[in-house]
Design a binder for this molecule. Structure first.
Ligand code: ANZ
Length: 843
């Protein structure tokens, strides 16, 4: 038998494909229906790894599939090539980040080509090229004009290792930086923001459009991240202060149970309230604030941490009952949520209760949780109250706040109402008094986009002598990133660009006075928030993208990438798309119509990492088993969204299977012109069932099932060659061609080589999928007729192997048959399965 030499096959086809460029997309002339299939673009850190190999194998199945289905497919690739890792690696090795980045890109490009992903290599973009980042600057200026890019001083997340600010999204739940792993601290700095909060409602509501075509997990992560809460703003008059203090609450129904107020110690309000209090309070507050600034947001929100705080010796007046409420500063209230101040209702809110018990503040129940409100189950039932062992449910005694529904008590006009109705009524009362109104709040914060690092897009703003902001005129873009030589890139809290004297010192474009460039660079998530539009015209020097082409091709029909981007990148891309829509530059509001998140590649049950020493090198796998075997293994391992444990799969097995499939091409002795209809019918049936079912399976992302079906077809065909009708039978040719077409989605080298041996010119990727012949699919069912007194009354599709009794039961159950029988009595039933049931009745 011939030897399957995957390396020789790869070496034969790669240069030929390079010459043919089969995946170059003609945006204009090609009139077939369009599909835009996009894989999340890689970050050029080192060579491609196993995770890339999985993502690009799966994305490629989809791109190749649509091409095979007759679509004009756009499947581009680029590099997300700005960012901290390049800079840190460059510092460590004493290189220019530019050089490190572009060297890695070259290496990844070579690996990607060898990996035979079906990319259009004429559309490659790198976000660190001036021809790309010029348009980041242009985008920034459009947003600046609309008031969507602005600068403010605020408490920001500061990474003490990378010495730069981080977006909220870059701080992990344990309070550490997703990049450096350092514990993130708060620092008050003036930074640039994009006003994503203006889009919070649309970002939330439009997720409904994506239901069913995005993973539900991603949808719910985005919903939680945006975190919309509905409630009321309530104004409290504060003694000795002109303006009232407003708090946000989701429970205005509990207003009569509010016994004190708490303000965030790091809010301007707390600082002001303390400053106008006694010297002792000022002292205590200062000490407390210093301590608070050392703790992370997550620590502050943790419920099992002992409550701390300082009484400010100031009082607020409860608008509904005129009671004096002491005002405290405590760190469980966050400065940048709601208004940074809360009305504390200890009986019904756990954090308030913990605080009240720690500092001996009054606790008043205002919801009777033993009285069922309509439709609600009270937390304390009558049975519990009757139980002598039950004891008290008073939060002051138990330490458990009662958050559930019930009927309002101790609340004047609200008494007797359920929670929902009391919320409505309380808002009405507040509105009448002018002391409150309905309000919404979001967990989402504005997107902090400035970074104090070198390797990124310079922010196109100039600061004048009097501190004024002057946007760089658009015709002066790009603001080029100056060379790194001579600059100290080491993180030290301010941008290294500030030291690039020739670059940073400019003249004010308005009046020629001395001015300074903004020395910060943009978060690289800005780069990736619109790159999918740039692929249409990656080298256009006139505009960021061509609305005409974008209208035809975008939104992306299928986006493929890791679930690690479930929040950050996808949220930002959705936001920028909506901004571009509002600017009249695109005609759609969601960038990615469908999303597939592939799982991770693990080793022995855990993620691969240097510290665990369990890294599997992609290049080793490719050398040992071949590109196709690795790609096939990725597709065969299981549903694409599941993780793959490389210890549990068998690229060697995949390679053996590919050899078996490939050898079949050599066993076909008929010519391409042969008439398939003359082939063996049993084999043809198996082939056509596969032809009929594979497309639906691919579209449902059941790649592993398709591979299993190819394996089945290979087995049946092998048997047909060896024991059955033999290699000259036209059905064998038809089956092997079908195997090659199926394999071309997963194992392009092997499929291409089979195609050539079957007598066709390259490339197999330009051949379409074949329709199944319906006549060959009917084996599964036959038509049975049901007669009543000699007249055909119904036809039933039944399996050819159906039992007589089952067929009779189906016939008797038929509505048409029952109508024909009416209330006459059945005297005889003759069943000749699977085709006839004949019923006779008494006239
Ligand atoms: C009174 C109250 C009574 C509350 C009650 C809850 C239960 P979500 O759902 O997350 O939006 N809150 C408001 N601003 C806060 C801040 N800056 N830091 C910490 N907590 C804050 O939560 C809204 C609730 O969280 C608000 O409703 C407020 O407490 C608190 F039985 O007001 B509530």
């Amino acid at each position: 038998a011939l030897h399957y030499d995957f390396a020789a096959i790869q070496n034969k086809w790669l240069p030929r494909w390079d010459e043919m460029q089969p995946f170059k997309t003609d945006l204009e002339g090609d009139k077939r229906p369009r599909k835009y299939v996009l894989d999340m673009f890689p970050y050029p850190s080192g060579d491609l790894h196993m995770g890339h190999a999985e993502a690009y194998a799966l994305g490629d199945v989809i791109a190749r599939y649509w091409r095979q289905q007759g679509f004009n497919v756009l499947h581009p690739i680029g590099w997300d090539s700005f960012g901290l890792p390049a800079e840190n690696a460059a510092i460590k090795r004493g290189l220019d980040p530019r050089q490190w980045t572009y060297d890695n890109i070259e290496q990844q490009k070579r690996s990607m080509r060898r990996y035979a992903a079906s990319f259009d290599w004429d559309r490659v973009l790198h976000t660190s090229d001036p021809e790309y980042y010029k348009w980041n600057q242009w985008l920034f200026l459009q947003m600046y004009k609309k008031g969507l890019a602005y600068r403010k001083a605020s408490w920001v997340n500061w990474d003490p290792v990378d010495q730069t600010v981080l977006a909220n999204e870059q701080v992990l739940p344990d309070g550490t930086s997703e990049r450096s792993g350092a514990v993130v601290v708060k620092k008050k700095l003036t930074q640039w923001y994009f006003k994503i909060t203006d889009y919070a409602d649309r970002l939330l509501d439009d997720l409904n459009q994506l239901e069913g075509s995005w993973p539900s997990k991603v949808l719910s992560m985005q919903r939680n991240w945006i975190g919309r809460s509905i409630g009321a703003d309530v104004d409290f008059v504060v003694e000795g202060r002109d303006k009232p203090v407003t708090v946000f609450t989701t429970r205005p129904d509990t207003l009569f149970g509010a016994t004190f107020m708490v303000v965030a110690p790091d809010s301007d309000l707390a600082i002001e309230l303390a400053a106008e209090s006694t010297p002792e309070v000022q002292e205590a507050f200062k000490t407390y604030l210093t301590a608070v600034q050392k703790s992370t947001e997550t620590e502050r929100q943790s419920t099992d941490r002992p409550k701390t705080g300082v009484f400010l010796e100031r009082y607020a007046i409860n608008p509904v009952n005129g009671e004096r409420m002491p005002i405290w500063a405590a760190d469980y209230v966050l400065a940048d949520y709601g208004t940074g101040a809360v009305m504390a209702v200890p009986a019904h809110d756990q954090r308030d209760l913990d605080f009240a018990r720690a500092f001996d503040l009054p606790i008043r129940m205002v919801v009777d949780v033993t009285a069922p409100a309509t439709g609600a189950i009270p937390i304390i039932t009558d049975e519990m109250l009757d139980d002598p062992n039950f004891g008290s449910y008073d939060p002051a005694v138990t330490g458990e706040a009662l958050a559930g529904d019930g009927r309002l008590m101790n609340s004047g006009p609200l008494n007797g109402l359920s929670k929902v109705n009391a919320i409505k009524k309380a808002i009405e009362i507040l509105q009448q008094q002018g002391a409150g109104r309905p309000a919404k709040n979001y967990r989402l914060r504005d997107w902090l986009i400035s970074r104090q690092r070198y390797w990124g897009t310079p922010i196109p703003i100039i600061h004048g002598e009097n501190g004024e902001e002057i946007p760089v005129p658009e015709d002066q873009l790009p603001v080029l990133l100056p060379p790194s030589d001579g600059l100290d890139l080491k993180p030290r809290g301010s941008s290294p660009l500030g030291a690039a004297e020739d670059w940073v010192n400019v003249t004010n474009p308005l009046d020629g006075t001395p001015a300074l460039r903004d020395a910060d660079t943009m978060d690289t998530f800005v780069d990736s928030s619109w790159y999918f539009l740039r692929f249409l015209n990656p080298h256009d020097s006139e505009k960021a993208f061509d609305p005409k082409d974008v209208d035809k091709w975008a939104p992306v029909d299928q986006y493929v990438g890791g679930v690690t981007h479930a929040i950050l990148h996808l949220l930002y891309a959705r936001f920028i798309t909506k901004v571009l829509f509002d600017l009249g530059l695109v005609s759609f509001t969601e960038p990615f119509s469908a999303l597939l998140n592939q799982g991770m590649v693990l080793m022995d049950g855990s993620a691969m990492s240097k510290s665990k020493g369990n890294i599997v090198q992609l290049s080793d796998q490719l050398d040992e088993h071949g590109v196709d075997a690795v790609r096939l293994t990725m597709a065969f391992a299981g549903p694409p969204e599941d993780d793959i444990d490389w210890a549990d799969v068998s690229p060697a097995g995949s390679s053996k299977f590919l050899a078996r499939a490939w050898r079949l091409a050599g066993d076909v002795t008929s010519k391409p012109e042969v008439n398939w209809r003359e082939g063996d019918i049993a084999l043809r049936r198996v082939t056509h069932r596969f032809l009929a079912e594979a497309p639906g399976l691919i579209e449902a992302f059941k790649f592993n099932v398709v591979v299993a079906r190819i394996m089945e077809l290979v087995n049946v065909t092998r048997k047909a060659v060896d024991k059955g009708p033999g290699g000259a039978d036209p059905a064998v040719r038809e089956a092997v061609e079908t195997i090659a077409l199926g394999l071309s989605l997963f194992a392009p080298y092997t499929a291409e080589d089979m195609w050539e041996r079957l007598g066709y010119p390259a490339t197999i990727s330009s051949y379409g999928w074949r329709g199944a012949d319906p006549a060959l699919l009917t084996e599964e069912s036959v038509t049975a007729v049901v007669q009543v007194d000699g007249k055909v009354r119904d036809r039933l599709e039944v399996p050819p192997t159906i039992a007589g009794s089952d067929l009779e039961a189906l016939a008797r159950a038929s509505a048409a048959v029952q109508r024909a029988i009416g209330d006459r009595e059945i005297v005889n039933v003759v069943v000749r399965e699977p085709r006839v049931v004949s019923i006779a009745t008494k006239p």
